[in-house]
Design a binder for this molecule. Structure first.
Ligand code: NAD
Length: 334
């Protein structure tokens, strides 16, 4: 017999039966991300797909007593990918190769572009209404790739396509707290632009720490932009951020589901199809967005910038434009 409290918890879970699919679930990010999704009470149906390992991860997670069913899918079984996607509400894509020391995210394009293109095509066929959260790098180009594939298939919904940039804002919160000796859980830094090097623009002037010395601020901004390199170097050839990224991905996924549920004031930054600089030919840009029942409800303006941030924004736009065009023309050329 269920206690009254347990019954209430169970029925509130069942009232929000979100189906979530992870493509690349056997990888360094995919495994801990799938664990965190298994622990999320908004998820009742979790499907894991990978070229290898998804069944093992799914069976392992299926022993955790939360109210979701977990199933693994492989490319070897008939319709493995389409069954992983059919009717799902949200697709997370961490499939692809990570960086090795000395590589930029852009260096991954040659391999990851076609992986993401093919997975996007499968999502367009089997889950045309799902939100798609792209983790695979280079995000500045892989998000435009997904958009282009969905457009070609006639199912593009700009309100439901997201480049996951959450890791930049959680790093910014952590790093600023180390410099200023504050509580990292209370820090919030708006990070705008894109998701690589100089396209990552943390808006320190919009925090409570605008009076930081120039030296300290320059060092902090550089660390936020290139923080991923610290992990790549420390892992020494074994990949890039996986655990902090899994946390970031699960945080953003939860925000999207909270929006679906109709929770109020759910705001997270993301790299999205954005009107902010479209007149300058920049179709995608990261800024805080409000999430709602249909996906993106509002794309927030970037607010007032310092002259230093304005300068960073100009440089970001030049790189971003090229990164976006590279993604779009990759799909067009095939
Ligand atoms: P990983 O190599 O550990 O895992 C990738 C997984 O993808 C592997 O299990 C592989 O089998 C699978 N895969 C490859 N091709 C596939 C396909 N066609 N279909 C299904 N699965 C496929 O790599 P990782 O460390 O988990 O990183 C994954 C991606 O995430 C990389 O591109 C990395 O650069 C990126 N990343 C993004 C962020 C971000 O902030 N958005 C942060 C860190 C890493």
């Amino acid at each position: 017999m269920l206690s009254r409290v347990a019954k209430r918890a169970f029925s509130s879970t069942v009232a929000n039966p979100y189906k979530v699919t992870v493509l690349g679930a056997g990888g360094g990010i995919g495994q801990p991300l799938s664990l965190l999704l298994k622990l999320n009470h908004k998820v009742t149906d979790l499907r894991l797909y990978d070229l290898k390992g998804a069944k093992g991860v799914a069976t392992d997670l299926s022993h955790i007593p939360t109210n979701s069913v977990v199933k693994g899918f492989t490319p070897e079984e008939p319709d493995g990918l389409s069954n992983a996607l059919k009717g799902t509400d949200m697709v997370l894509i961490p499939a692809g190769v990570p960086r090795k020391p000395g590589m930029t995210r852009d260096d991954l394009f040659a391999i990851n572009a076609s992986i993401v293109r093919d997975l996007a095509a499968a999502a367009a066929e089997s889950a045309p209404n799902a939100a798609i959260l792209v983790i695979s790098n280079p995000v500045n180009s892989t998000v435009p790739i997904v958009a282009q594939v969905l457009k070609n298939k006639g199912v593009y919904n700009p309100k439901k396509l997201f480049g996951v940039t959450t890791l930049d804002s959680i790093r910014a919160a952590r790093f600023i707290s180390e410099v200023e000796n504050t509580d990292p859980t209370q820090e919030r830094v708006n990070v705008i632009g894109g998701h690589s090097g100089i396209t990552i623009i943390p808006l320190i002037s919009q925090t409570n720490h605008k009076l930081m010395s120039d030296d300290k601020r320059h060092e902090l901004i550089h660390r936020i932009q290139f923080g991923g390199d610290e992990v790549v170097k420390a892992k020494n050839g074994a990949g890039s951020a996986t655990l902090s990224m899994a946390h970031a991905g699960a945080k953003f996924a939860n925000a999207v589901l909270s929006g679906f549920k109709g929770e109020k004031d759910v705001i997270e930054p993301s790299f999205v199809d954005s009107p902010l600089f479209k007149s300058e030919g920049i179709e995608f840009f990261a800024s805080p967005v409000t999430l709602g029942p249909d996906g993106i409800e509002k794309i927030h303006p970037i607010g007032e910038l310092s002259s230093e941030e304005e300068e960073m924004l100009q440089k970001c736009k030049e790189t971003l434009k090229k990164n976006i065009e590279k993604g779009v023309s990759f799909v067009a050329s095939k």
